[in-house]
Design a protein around this ligand. Structure first.
Ligand code: CA
Length: 244
């Protein structure tokens, strides 16, 4: 049984998609707004989500982000308005695996859904990123610093965690402020320098706190003047592999 959650507020469309998918052998639940969608998604183990971009009581993008940060890894097919390129990009950045523009042919929806269910979704590649004694589980975004004093858990805010993830993925390469703004906020022109500075200093603060607890040097968020930031492994790094 393949269990699908369809989150769509247009009742007629939702009913016809549900009926069609059931004829194809899927089991389908429908939620009519973002709040109900989130409640159902977190309560059950769905195999895939079909999520409309514009929803009452929230929106598709935020919903996708919330499901991903809650560890829901099932593939997400996002429904957007025709020509809404900006929303597609934002949706994919938020964690959707594919999108379909309305109006769509039902056959295409089924084909894309089956394709998503066949391939291991991007978000199912659970992995941990490491640098020195620092380890991030990219699914739960749980960050730990391992040292002689034990494992210190870093209590990061979402943007701090996103920044750290991109720095870890860059493996010591410098990320420019523009690239960071785009990857962490997704809307580069609207991110203030101040917001970025606050996030960088917040991350440094959490790292410093963890260093005390774990008793080991953590990788450092290094400022490269006029360029951006990079993560530099601490000198007394724990013996974890740093290949991530
Ligand atoms: Ca809608």
């Amino acid at each position: 049984m393949t269990w699908i959650l369809l989150i769509e507020d247009e009742a007629r469309l939702a009913a016809s998609v549900k009926r069609g998918l059931e004829e194809e052998g899927f089991t389908v639940d429908v939620a009519g707004d973002a709040a109900e969608g989130e409640r159902r998604a977190l309560a059950h183990g769905y195999d895939a989500f079909i999520i409309d971009w514009r929803l009452p009581k929230g929106d598709g993008k935020t919903l996708i982000e919330r499901l991903r940060s809650a560890g829901r890894r099932a593939p997400v097919l996002m429904l957007t308005a025709l020509g809404d390129v900006e929303h597609r990009v934002t949706g994919l950045q938020a964690g959707a695996d594919d999108y379909l523009a309305k109006p769509f042919a039902f056959e295409e929806l089924v084909a894309r859904l089956r394709a998503l269910l066949r391939r291991p979704p991007l978000h199912q590649q659970a992995q941990s990123l490491q640098a020195g004694g620092l380890e991030m589980d990219t699914e739960s975004r749980r960050v730990t610093l391992h040292g002689p004093g034990g494992a210190a858990l870093l209590n990061l805010r979402p943007k701090e965690a996103a920044l750290l993830e991109h720095l870890l993925r860059a493996r010591g390469r410098v990320l420019s402020r523009d690239v960071i703004a785009e990857r962490v906020w997704g809307e580069a022109p609207y991110v203030t320098d101040n917001a970025l500075d606050v996030t960088v200093s917040g991350l440094r603060q959490r790292l410093a706190e963890a260093v005390q607890e774990a008793g080991v040097a953590a990788p450092e968020v290094e400022t490269v003047r006029g360029v951006g930031y990079r993560l530099r492994a601490g000198e007394a790094a724990a013996p974890n592999r740093s290949e991530g």
